[in-house]
Design a protein around this ligand. Structure first.
Ligand code: ADP
Ligand code: MG
Length: 255
């Protein structure tokens, strides 16, 4: 766990976050801080609000109530988002990876990595391509630079999606079940890339059902149920000595 004395300013600070869809209360008062370099793994049953929580953290969902501060700037204040222009500015700091990859199907792998940096970070094409090739090398996909997404395996697609997010040089990465759509034999290569990012000090929030990964890589495991945080603590606590009956029930069901 991070030492709060040496890291006084959270990368992401979430206070009193409330979100509902119609009458369905999905987040009911979440308070949480993510410090620089921390790996936060969020677990919990389906429908407990994990995706909504993550999506609020980059302004993809708008809460009714609450405050979110990103890298010291308010992203959402009293349930109101920043003006669009500033919101987009701040969003560049948050990379997001989805279960369904969401690559641009009509663009090559290399082009997938270059679009956002050229449009949003004003990089020229040569620089964007140079950066992209470095990132592809990092995730072991240099040979796929000219390939189209449709010709890649799921594991390769997800590694491209991760490097595409990294191409924006985000200061935080959010992952929503990045391995849930993959055949079992392809899960490892994606988790490996995420472990590498963790070891490099990337700040990450990861929703996953991969309990082995959570145990090994998380600084803090957050257990969600019914739109709230049931328990948060180091993996030794969550998996070894859970404080909450709900945590025990959930782990019994999945382990
Ligand atoms: P989890 O990721 O833990 O499975 P979600 O955040 O996806 O949970 O969903 C929590 C609840 O919010 C569910 O009841 C879901 O049906 C509802 N929900 C999520 N997104 C929407 C949406 N866009 N519109 C309406 N209801 C939604
Ligand atoms: Mg979800």
């Amino acid at each position: 766990m991070s030492n709060r004395e040496t890291r006084p300013h959270p990368k992401i600070s979430i206070r009193d976050l409330h979100k509902r869809f119609g009458n369905n209360v999905v987040l009911s008062g979440i308070d949480f801080d993510v410090f620089s370099g921390q790996v936060i793994v969020i677990i919990g049953p389906s429908g407990s609000g994990k995706s909504t929580f993550l999506r609020c953290c980059n302004g993809l969902e708008l809460p009714e109530r609450g405050d979110i501060t990103l890298c010291g700037s308010p992203l959402i204040s009293k349930g109101k988002p920043l003006p669009e222009k500033q919101l987009n500015q701040l969003r560049k700091e948050v990379g997001m990876v989805f279960q369904s990859f969401n690559l641009f199907p009509h663009l090559s792998v290399l082009e997938n990595l270059c679009v956002a940096p050229m449009m949003l970070r004003n990089l020229d094409k040569a620089t964007a391509q140079q950066n992209a090739l470095k990132l592809l090398d990092k995730v072991g996909l240099t040979s796929k630079a000219q390939a189209m997404p449709g010709n890649l395996s799921g594991g390769q697609k997800q590694r491209v999606a991760i490097s595409r997010a990294l191409a924006m040089s985000p200061s935080v990465m959010l992952f929503d079940e990045p391995t849930s759509a993959l055949d079992p034999e392809l899960v490892g290569e994606v988790l490996q890339v995420m472990k590498m990012l963790a070891s490099e000090g990337m700040t990450m929030m990861i929703v996953t059902h991969e309990m082995g990964f959570a145990r090994e890589v998380a600084d803090v495991v957050v257990v969600m149920d019914g739109g709230g945080i049931v328990e948060a603590g180091p993996p030794e606590q969550i998996f070894g000595a859970p404080q909450s009956e709900r945590t025990r029930q959930f782990l019994n069901a999945v382990l």
